[in-house]
Design a protein around this ligand. Sequence first.
Ligand SMILES: [Zn+2]
Length: 647
Amino acid sequence: MGILKLIREIGKVTIRERSVNKSLDPCDDFYQFVCDGWKKKYPVPKDQLNYNQMYVLNDQLNEAIRDVLTHKNKSLGREFQLMYTYFDKCVEYQEDPGDDGLKDLFKKLRRYHSPSIKTLTDFLIASFPTQTFFKFSIDLDPENSTVKVFAISPHSSTLSFDQYFNEDIASSRDLYNAMISQTLTMLAEESENKDELFSKDTAARMLRAYTIVDMNLAKIINDSDGIKGENMQLEDISLKFKAIDWIKYLNAALSKSGWNYVKTKGILIEGPLLIKKYEDFISELDENVLRDYLDVRTVIAAMNDLPKKYQDLYEKLMEQYYGVVTLDKQKACFENIKEIFPDLLSVVYVDKYFNKSSIDDIAKLVNVIRNTMIEMLDEEGWMNFFTREKAKLKAENIAEIIAYDPQMYNETKRKEKYQNLTFTDSTSYYVINNIVEIWTLNMEIEDVSTPFGRGTVEFNAVEVNAFYQPQTNMIILLAGILHPPFFNASLPTILNYASMGLIVGHELTHAFDDTGSKFDEVGNMVNWWDTRTEEDFVNKTKCFEQQYGNITVVDGKRIRINGHDTLGENIADNGGVKLTIRAMQKVLDESKFHIVGLEEFTIEQLFFMVYGFSWCGNVKEEGLVQQVTTDVHSPDKQVLITFLLIL
Ligand SMILES: [Zn+2]
């Protein structure tokens, strides 16, 4: 729905969508006032915990993806045909995964129990590319965002500290434990005939061992204060973290991928303190407990690939604990395709479903809002002069990617990228995924020596999302979100301020939130703040942290917003509103603005109503629990009403 149509519909509440309920007092509950009709019309579907305008748009996007993947274009190159084949195999697999995954799981477990596996290092090598306790990634050097580094970081526990220790949100823990415990029991039943590894007694013992270890990892993470990177040489890592033979591990796991230590310019250890605590904890563990834990982690990693009866079990448990059923199995395939073939999916989607001529309109909108931001920085009297000038420089340098990365149309680059990925429609889906996993890792490792920067990053345009990337100082507005109710090119630009404009304002403000403020105008992690201004900034953020941290989202339960984790988003929401409303006032000629049926509202009131409307949503209690424990965004309702209190 376009904004104009939307405003009209808000106006015609008694006739059409009845979203605004004028019988309610907006000062009492603004969210309900704006969203009452929407909330009644769109209850949470059976396969979701949460449903809002983003989900509605996402459902439309999924239909578009289904369309471009089903209606194959045979005239496109080899790489596109690979994507189509992958999709067909995936859809088949969702219906019936067969028993490849089960066979492979038993084979792996037998291998891990062979006499040649004596130490934790041996196990880590044997289980690679599955990574337990620690994970490898290619990250950016925080001090120089043009250089990519090979990074080792601690793997988090499977469940979080809150999930283990807050009884009010115990349902997610209970669901997970039920899934693992019943999987182990079923595996024990299957293996009684074929395998010596499991019996019903060992299944119970394994679950106990797993829970003890995982719960302790969650505690260690909870007690430690964040992850800070430290660049180290391989030799130093081995001296500092002794429970694992790192050189042996890295060489054995990565040499086949062409990993070359010299090319990687040191290794970034993310969270060295945490890694040390992990190591200390692991080396104290009883050998049998560790063995059981590793076995269960192996089983968890294989759960998605187990035969149909296991998948049916998980669905039943999801329904029992969360009241959620899977309605559309193809969705899982869409997600895989987005990850493996982001550029190819973007090409076929953008060509058919995105109006490229709207890019200029959005660029204009971004420009007005960015200029307003620079102007407003001048008014921030609490900032010291030099810091303020640096902040303005940073704002001036924020670049934007609108809709998609033009490089996706570079055919030579595309062909080169996919030339080493090979499978056919007679390869099993399970094997295809193993091939893809190794291909991805090899590609990342090969890519480590290429400098990083604007123009070298790949984006999947087929996503209902917009974000700020501190390492390039860019905002990215993906094609998937540039649709109604967030954007409609055919309407006067002005009407897009209260929806897309606010998203732009939000993303621009991320450049100065608790994380963004640590990066400079080219994206390096450099402290450009003078000490006193920085102190003032931190004090101001404390106020946000407290205010949001005190909000209870379910009456009578200890389920609160995490003021610390959501800080960046809350800053962006509040800054974004202040910024965008000012930008809108600059371009708007109020005397010419008239909407039939909504004469009683001022432009500012309409601005908030349209904004509120684009965040209408329904959520189940389990969804709220999941959101406040795992999401850095505050729930929709709080996003809307909390800043109204602050303004
Ligand atoms: Zn955000």
